[in-house]
Design a protein around this ligand. Structure first.
Ligand code: MG
Length: 396
């Protein structure tokens, strides 16, 4: 029986994780559960898995969760209720858990994930911001602890699988596939007038709002390039992006002899989640097989770098190193939030990020505090740029 702590249970990855674990009742026990702001959903999950400890976004959500559970006759003594970052850390560091599935979106997942890694737990990582912000620290710590980070992100999970086909010194390049998002065929000049609803309409994957907007700007792919560079120790020049709208090939690895290994599968996150939770074994999945005879025609296209400047900005941050990726990530979170609130236009997301990066002098990273400081600085700068964009749009 594998004992698991789940961070970010109410998000889309968290829900898929519970789907995977519930199909193997003798394979997994969830000792700790950490959700966000959806009290009703979190209460139902707690009822379902009966964890030792459950954390929620803040004390008010936690109170709501507890009152819902009391109404439903839940044995309250079964679970300890905590909240906030401290609560998430208690969940991730639960003494019995050997695996932590980290799926809290954005920078909020960094500290609880890092603390669990310090305790020598296996990390199944779905929160890409953790590696984007603190890749150097995370990788150093995982080497020190002799623990491997298992990627849940479908592309990195695919690469992790393909890399089992050769030695690291035989790898020539990584090829990350991208769906291209909802604006793949939208002309560049039309992008300034696209709406939040259009940006949220992703063609192949159903995900949270932040990552869906990141997919529309290709920043998601940019963050994944940075994530891949850290996870697999590959130089930026040896990581390519290919637009593959059907999302059937989840990524590829080219080896020195010219062989390319690709991983294919259903567009269902339960597959990479199950791989990460059962690695190095493979368990029988209850999902149907991919119907190879009914596949659409598979296309592979070059990404349009001038139409999607966020991708280039991510490569720039990766090459600059140090605090630059954390700054890119923080500026992006603020800009995406402002776009979702209708404060800035779609094309201004990349402009805000670029302005913040232009104003930043990257420094090397030695601890979590340095990263969090760069993160806070970038958020402040990004908010200033968002407000000035919003006021100039309003003619103020
Ligand atoms: Mg992905």
């Amino acid at each position: 029986m594998k004992v698991l702590s789940l961070l970010g249970s109410t998000g889309s990855i968290g829900q898929s994780t519970l789907k995977v674990t519930s199909s193997f009742p003798d394979g997994f026990r969830i000792a700790g559960l950490s959700g966000g702001r959806n009290a009703r959903q979190l209460a139902s999950q707690i009822e379902q898995v009966r964890p030792d400890i459950a954390s929620s976004g803040d004390e008010f959500i936690s109170a709501e969760v507890q009152s819902l559970l009391r109404q439903r006759g839940y044995p309250m003594a079964r679970t300890r209720f905590v909240h906030g970052v401290e609560g998430h850390i208690e969940v991730s560091c639960h003494p019995e858990s050997t695996i932590v599935l980290s799926a809290i979106a954005g920078s909020a997942g960094l500290i609880p994930t890092y603390r669990a890694l310090e305790q020598g737990k296996t990390i199944a990582l779905a929160n890409k911001e953790t590696l984007v912000m603190a890749g150097e620290l995370m990788m150093r710590k995982s080497r020190e602890k002799g623990m491997e980070l298992l990627p849940v992100d479908s592309e990195h999970n695919a690469i992790h699988q393909c890399l089992r086909g050769g030695r690291r010194d035989e790898v020539k390049r990584l090829i990350l596939t991208a769906s291209g998002g909802p604006f793949r065929e939208t002309p560049k000049e039309k992008l300034s007038s696209v709406t939040v609803e259009q940006a949220l309409n992703h063609p192949t994957w159903r995900m949270g709002r932040k990552i869906t907007i990141d997919s529309a700007t290709l920043m998601n792919k940019g963050l994944e390039v940075i994530e891949a560079a850290w996870l697999f120790g590959v130089e930026p020049d040896n990581i390519d992006v290919v637009v593959h709208p059907q999302s059937i090939v989840h990524s590829m690895v080219e080896f020195a002899d010219g062989s390319i290994l690709a991983q294919m599968g259903l567009t269902d996150m339960c597959i990479p989640i199950q791989y990460a939770l059962t690695y190095p074994d493979r368990w029988h999945s209850p999902l149907p097989s991919l119907d190879i005879y009914r596949l659409p025609r598979l296309e592979f296209l070059e990404p349009e770098m001038d139409k999607f400047p966020c991708l280039g900005l991510a490569y720039r941050a990766l090459r600059a190193g140090g605090t630059a990726p954390a700054v890119l990530n923080a500026a992006n979170e603020v800009a995406v939030e402002a776009f979702l609130e209708n404060e800035i236009a779609y094309h201004e997301i990349s402009q805000v990020i670029e302005s913040v990066m232009d104003a930043h002098v990257p420094t090397s990273v030695s601890d979590l505090e340095g990263i969090l400081k760069a993160d806070a600085w970038a958020r402040g700068e990004a908010r200033i740029f968002c407000h000035s964009a919003a006021s100039s749009a309003a003619g103020i």
